[in-house]
Ligand binder design. Structure first.
Ligand SMILES: NC(=O)c1ccc[n+]([C@@H]2O[C@H](COP(=O)([O-])OP(=O)(O)OC[C@H]3O[C@@H](n4cnc5c(N)ncnc54)[C@H](O)[C@@H]3O)[C@@H](O)[C@H]2O)c1
Length: 368
């Protein structure tokens, strides 16, 4: 399967393939590169996968530097970024050298930023290895590090020459992480007409078995939906904002639960599931049919529909207050009010303000 990302002057392929085989070698052979490769891979990726990718570089006659990296928030730092840049400088990389990452969203964001900065741009290739990176961060070109405790505060837009999505990587993703990717897929089914919701409802067994055709189709539909919303709005002024559906509440839930337990209670995708329920409830002021169908779908995949589903100790009022407070840190706001994506009707998202404090509190109570 293949999707083409083609917006303005940027054009590249997203390949969705069952096995790695010699796919990367074929691409390397077709690039006009100097065959110097900095390959950065996440420590948690199964070593058999790392070996198969490395074989592609060797078969293509590349000079390879392989570097292990641990994907985590703390490592999305200037230290990691400059480590990559130092390696490129020390090994006399040129503008025609290659940076290739095999990892999650953290590694992808840093590797793309390093590739964009070195001599104002070297060749970048991406092999996403987590559900977030496969269905979300691998396209769209956003790069970043966290700096001075501000998430994604330093970054730019830079696109890979190819994204490789491999089913043999998806098959090895741990169960909870795999399932946590589903809410972002549901999101794309809610904001645009496509086959996603139908597939999620009718093919649950095959999805959970990670059937190649079905998972491949879901990835394809999800990424095509993302590309649709990027069109004419790569810098997120209007259309692209729709992809933030569920995220105003989700970010606040993540921040508030992290604060209470000092550990990540919710995976980002799990919080997005709760966030979508909140944003549907807020705009309708009741549990309407969309709210119920999203809740049913999340429950079908054993995803949390209440914060208490995660069974950690919290004081209800403190958590409600924190979620309420953190909503006002929303990055998208342009006035006093946080903005969110309202979905009154299915496939008809638009931007709105969260301007009713009592309704925000009532909404939070729905998912506590
Ligand atoms: N650029 C964008 O458009 C965009 C979009 C969404 C998110 N992001 C960024 O992505 C990051 C989150 O991404 P993430 O959830 O992939 O985080 P991550 O990269 O930290 O990976 C999560 C965990 O999974 C592990 N891991 C990676 N591959 C694995 C595999 N195959 N099997 C088992 N474990 C594996 C990692 O070591 C890490 O512990 C955030 O920094 C966020 O800002 C960027």
């Amino acid at each position: 399967m293949k999707i083409q990302y083609k917006i303005s002057n940027e054009s590249y392929d997203i390949l969705i393939q069952k096995n790695i085989n010699n796919t990367i070698k074929k691409k390397l052979d077709s690039l006009h590169s100097d065959k110097k490769v900095l390959f950065v891979y996440d420590k948690q990726v199964n070593k058999s996968i790392v070996k198969k990718v490395i074989k592609n570089f060797k078969d293509s006659g590349c000079m390879l530097i392989a570097l292990e990296f641990q994907g985590k928030k703390k490592n999305k730092s200037e230290k990691s970024l400059f480590n990559l840049l130092d390696i490129m400088i020390d090994n006399k990389f040129t503008k025609r050298s290659i940076v290739i990452s095999l990892g999650g969203g953290v590694l992808g964001d840093i590797a793309a930023l390093a590739a964009s900065l070195y001599y104002r741009g070297t060749i970048y290739l991406n092999i996403p290895s987590t559900m977030t990176s496969i269905i979300d961060s691998c396209i769209g070109g956003k790069t970043a590090i966290n700096y001075k405790n501000i998430i994604n505060s330093i970054g730019n837009y830079y696109h890979p020459k190819t994204v490789f999505i491999f089913h043999e990587i998806i098959k090895l993703i741990p169960e909870r992480e795999f399932i946590a990717g589903i809410p972002e897929i549901i999101k794309c089914g809610l904001i645009k007409k496509n086959n996603i919701l139908k597939i999620l409802k009718s093919e649950k067994k095959k999805i959970l078995e990670r059937n190649f055709q079905i998972i491949g189709n879901l990835c394809k539909e999800t990424l095509k939906t993302k590309i649709f919303f990027f069109k004419n709005d790569i810098y997120e002024k209007n259309n692209r904002l729709m992809l933030n559906f569920g995220h105003t509440f989700a970010h606040s839930i993540e921040m508030s639960t992290e604060f209470i337990s000092k550990n990540e209670i919710f995976r980002h995708g799990e919080a997005v599931g709760l966030g979508m329920m909140c944003e549907i409830y807020f705009v309708n002021g009741k549990e309407n049919s969309i709210f119920k169908s999203v809740r049913d779908l999340l429950m079908d995949y054993k995803l949390p529909v209440k914060i208490s589903d995660k069974k950690f100790k919290f004081e209800e009022q403190t958590l409600t207050n924190n979620i309420f407070k953190n909503i006002f840190l929303d990055k998208k706001k342009i006035s006093r009010f946080p903005r969110f994506i309202s979905l009154k009707k299915i496939h008809k998202p638009n931007i709105a303000n969260l301007s009713d404090d009592n309704l925000i509190l009532e909404t939070i109570n729905k998912i506590i």
